[in-house]
Design a protein around this ligand. Sequence first.
Ligand code: FES
Length: 101
Amino acid sequence: MALKFAAKLADLVEDEPLGVTIGEERIALYLLDGEVHATHNVCTHQFALLSDGYMEDGCIECPLHQGRFDIRTGAAQCAPVTQPIRVYGVQVEGGEVFVDL
Ligand code: FES
């Protein structure tokens, strides 16, 4: 378990993804129903940042070809994405968000 600081909780807005870089890792953070979730930020189809996409019904829609992933599980939801996106454990402590890399 390698918890790394990712963002302040106050920087997260419900249904608005936030892209952060931790070391070399591009991570997308999401506030969904009051809970913080984290996925890899690069789509598994081609190169696009999911944090530039659109969040709806617990899914993130890729801005490039509109593939969708479940934010909680990383599961691919529709074409053209077929591979799941990596999800990370999240811990919130003292108003700060930490991601388990
Ligand atoms: S790059 Fe994300 S769906 Fe194509």
